[in-house]
Design a protein around this ligand. Structure first.
Ligand code: AVJ
Length: 326
């Protein structure tokens, strides 16, 4: 008989309450600004995390499927580079499906540290993973990796510490933030490496389809931000008076998602009233697209040594091995 312990949840600030007040502050700041922007990290409450998982199944949303394909094809080669007894650190861990492809190929992986901002979702996913990988120490960390991050010391006898940052979540950062994230990653992964997924520049019509799907799941994901604000912050956003808007900004090489006001309307938050003109937006997400060379240059600027790159036959997506020097 074997027992699977529920993985211990390590919470690195902010705590739930603090993170709620951070959401509060950021929403208030956004509403007060002449150009309204809020971080996409607030999409991922339990509801939003579930909607994101549904996005990954959509026929138009190619990144997840494509990256899975690349991972499956290259897993052997990657596992060989990683070697035995490795420790895997996943940033923005989500539902922990992709890392299974990697774990399955690895030689006795020692410990897995999934980091995510959404505690509930992470705990559930980590428990499922632990059940399937009895020999692996799964230690979920609830943290905001866009802030400074401390990780536990590697266990004795650990091989390489390898970061895993799939999904092109790096594209949610602006270039400065991406550089800051990569510098932080190079520090916590010192002597190891980062396996980084990055979506590539492509025909804008494919991008538009991927971010404005026919079933409206991406629209629901985007609008959930307003629903979450109403639930947690006491705002009174009228969800039916906003619409999902996503377009490719070619000079900036990014998909922008906005919530667009369908009429002139007022929104209340606490004692403040804010006006949205017809067509005015709350900018909710950037999803930058990369060239392989551009991404390698960015990684090098952050202190990594760029290594091999794996892509799919249509060059839609890329997976990068980046060595973190000692
Ligand atoms: C979180 C970066 C993987 O930008 O493609 C999906 C989030 N937003 N559809 C992306 C997202 C709209 C996604 N990543």
């Amino acid at each position: 008989m074997s027992y699977v312990m529920k993985p211990h949840l390590r919470v690195i600030r902010p705590h739930e309450e603090e993170s709620q007040s951070e959401f509060y502050r950021d929403m208030l700041t956004a509403l007060q600004a002449p150009v309204r922007t809020i971080s996409p990290k607030y999409f991922y409450d339990a509801e939003g995390s579930a909607l994101f998982d549904a996005i990954c199944e959509l026929p138009e949303y190619y990144p997840t499927r494509t990256e899975f394909g690349i991972l499956r094809t290259s897993a052997g080669e990657i596992a060989e580079r990683i070697g035995p007894n490795a420790e895997i650190v996943e940033f923005g861990a989500g539902s922990l499906r992709k890392v299974r492809v990697l774990l399955d190929a690895l030689d006795r992986p020692r410990r897995f540290l999934p980091i995510d901002i959404s505690g509930e979702h992470l705990q559930a996913a980590a428990t499922r993973l632990q059940q399937d990988y009895a020999g692996l120490k799964v230690e979920p960390v609830v943290a905001d990796y866009t802030q400074a991050l401390q990780l536990p010391e590697p266990l004795p006898g650990t091989g390489l510490r390898v970061g895993f940052f799939p999904g092109s979540t790096i594209g949610n950062f602006n270039p400065d933030e991406a550089l800051r994230f990569l510098r932080m990653a190079a520090r916590v992964l010192r002597g190891g490496a980062l396996l980084l997924g990055a979506d590539l520049v492509k025909d804008p019509s494919l991008l538009h389809a991927a971010y404005s799907d026919a079933q409206g799941v991406t629209a629901a994901f985007n609008l959930n931000l307003l629903a979450r604000a109403n639930r947690e912050l006491g705002t009174d956003f009228a969800l039916e008076a906003f619409s999902h808007a996503a377009f490719y900004n070619a000079p900036m090489r990014r998909i922008e998602m906005h919530l667009m006001s369908l009429k002139r309307q007022e929104v209340r938050m606490c004692k403040n009233t804010f006006t949205f003109e017809e067509g005015e937006t709350l900018h909710t997400e950037n999803s930058h697209k990369f060239t392989i060379e551009g991404l390698r240059a960015l990684a090098a600027q952050a202190g990594f040594e760029p290594g091999p790159v794996w892509t799919d036959p249509n060059r839609k997506f890329s997976l990068h091995w980046l060595t973190a020097p000692n």
